[in-house]
Every structure is written in C-alpha cells, then in structure tokens.
Design a protein around this ligand. Structure first.
Ligand code: AR6
Length: 169
C-alpha cells in the first residue's frame, strides 16, 4: 500500500525512514537535521564511520532514538537545470532504497521528498519520479507499506494527484 502523510517523518512508526542527506552524511538542515536531532548523537557516530555516500546511492544505519529500526540515508541530486543527470540520480535514490529493503527484510518505509528542499529539484518533476518508481516496483521488492511523508499540504497534494494519475494509467 502507498500512502501520503503530512507531518514529521521522524515520528513515523515504520521499519525504516529515508533521510535526504548530503554526501558527507554528517548532518545538515531540513529533514536531515530533524532526523539527527530525533535519533540522537549516536547516529552521528555511526555516520562518521561510513565515510560518506555519493549522489544517487544509499547507506543504512540504526534508528537509535527513533521508533523506526533503520535509517536509509540517500543523497539526492542538487538541481542544476536538468542537464546534469539529475533525473537518473533521483530515480536511483528510490531504486537503491528499494534494493536495500529487499536485502534487509524491511517491509514498511517512509520517504521524504528527496531533493525538493534545499537541493531545489522542481517539485512536480521530483514527485513524478518518486511515484512512478515506487508504484511500479514496491510489490516486487516485497514492501507492504510505503509512505510519502510531506511537510506541508501543498506537497501532499502533488503526491496524491500523481498517484491518482498513475492509478488511472
Ligand atoms: N519530515 C518530513 N519532511 C521534511 C521534514 C521533516 N521533519 N523536514 C523537511 N522536510 P531538504 P534536500 C521536507 O531540504 O532538498 C540538508 O541540509 C522539506 O519540506 O531536507 O534533499 C542535507 O544535509 C522538503 O520537501 O532535502 C543536504 O545538504 C523535503 O523534506 C540537503 O539538505 C526535502 O528537503 C538536502 O536537500
């Protein structure tokens, strides 16, 4: 099942939440900052041991003080006008997250709107990539529940409209 929720991703009771990180994995603003604050300082200790993550890839850590068991850290592309492979890299964030879920037996996951904040990806295009990739693949990657977690209602509407369009074909 795919759901859209408005709220703080750190409060969700799922197996894993996804972090829209930067390639240092050492924290930042936006959802990354919120996740580090909610998970507690042990998260940074584990992140330091990983030595970064290239754009489009994923790394997994424990969830520490979150109710989620795991955090999947992914690095979305910085929007640079669309000619720098941004769409492929953003799709890769979702796809690599799904692969990790299959490997680890993760069945319930929540995604933020990767790259849609500080990284400046056009929201409608980013939502299109997220919804298409997840709705085509989540069943074959054995996921029971995927939540698109949005900070505001206008973003949630973009997801709902895109999901409806996908459903209608
Ligand atoms: N729960 C759910 N969504 C949130 C939350 C939250 N607690 N906080 C923000 N959002 P951004 P990016 C939404 O900027 O564009 C960091 O500094 C937000 O409204 O967090 O991938 C990293 O370290 C937006 O829709 O991520 C990187 O340097 C979405 O999450 C950089 O920002 C993503 O916004 C990554 O930028």
């Amino acid at each position: 099942m795919i759901r859209v929720e408005v709220g703080d991703i750190t409060a969700l009771r799922v197996d894993a939440i996804v972090n829209a990180a930067n390639s240092s994995l050492l924290g930042g603003g936006g959802v990354d900052g919120a996740i580090h604050r909610a998970a507690g300082p042990e998260l940074l200790v584990e992140c330091r041991s990983i030595e970064g993550c290239p754009t489009g890839e994923v790394r997994i850590t424990q969830g520490y003080d979150l109710s989620a068991d795991f955090i999947i850290h992914t690095v979305g592309p910085i929007w640079q006008g669309g000619g720098r492979d941004e769409a492929r890299l953003l799709k890769s964030c979702y796809l690599e997250s799904l692969k990790l879920c299959l490997d680890r037996g993760i069945q319930r996951i929540a995604f933020p709107a990767i790259s849609c904040g500080i990284y400046g990806y056009p929201k409608q295009e980013a939502v299109g990539i997220a919804v298409k990739t997840i709705s085509e693949l989540y069943v074959s990657y054995r996921l029971n529940e995927v939540i698109f977690c949005c900070f505001d209602e206008s973003m949630a509407k973009l997801y709902r409209d895109r999901i409806e369009k996908q459903r209608l074909g």
